[in-house]
Design a protein around this ligand. Sequence first.
Ligand code: PLP
Length: 291
Amino acid sequence: MIYLNEKLVPEHKALVSVFDHGFLYGDGIYETLRAYNGVVFKLDEHIERLFRSACMIALEIPKTHEMLKQAVYETLKANSHNEAVIRITISRGAGPIGLDPALCPKPTLVIMSHEFKKYPGPYYRKGVKISVVSTRRNFRDALNPQIKSLNFLNNILAKIEAKDRASYEAIMLNYRGYVAEGTISNIFFVKDNVLCTPCINIGILDGITRRIIINAAEEMGIKVREGYFRKHEIYRVEEVFISNTTMEVMPVAEVDDIRTGMPGMITKALHKAYKKKVAEYTKEHKQDRLL
Ligand code: PLP
């Protein structure tokens, strides 16, 4: 079942107009969330980010924070999902051809839930390969990567390059050549026992997983550096990993054909800490399942 605008409908009835500006211009925003044991992890944070994205594109979400929370749980329950990946999409809505947002009186809201499919075990046991690609991350003052936008061509162009190099993820540099982020992930590396990650000012998405990992590291007494790093600085380091809501902490074994090796101690400890936070959250928020 798909939540479309006001109600749940079967997938074959979940149809959106060809005049929707999300389809015509990539004009819209989205969030990807993860449910563990029927509880949607960090739901408030994801909805808050959705509202921030909406604000940055001058889109008025036709629902309140609480209404969206409820709609997410309705969708999850209608599909009887416990372990799920949920996507909330809000597009500008249908309107005549033309860029003016005022042409679209009513945004389109879609919430989908899919059973979470586990990533292949070797990805975590051995680590994945990533490549630094030539496609640069969108310039922050042109299309701010903090907007979780439906306009994904920047990331898709980078993904095409990664696939050509048989890499799992593409890492983009920003317009000035600083390491930014992956197509769907944030990047971390460990150098001299310090956990390093590009700062938000580089022009990246303020990942919810990224923030949790930084907090966990600080709680564990690991020094964290959010900064400006050049491409060569992520080669031959002690550990590298990427993060997002569904992959959590994914170890990296190879960056541009340079081997980092097996998942390191800090990567493993942070993934364990992340899982502990998920377990605590799920326990604390079990009443959310009644929403
Ligand atoms: N960076 C980009 C470009 C993304 O698309 C995503 C997630 O989709 C992330 C980072 C990670 O964000 P989060 O940890 O909130 O899932």
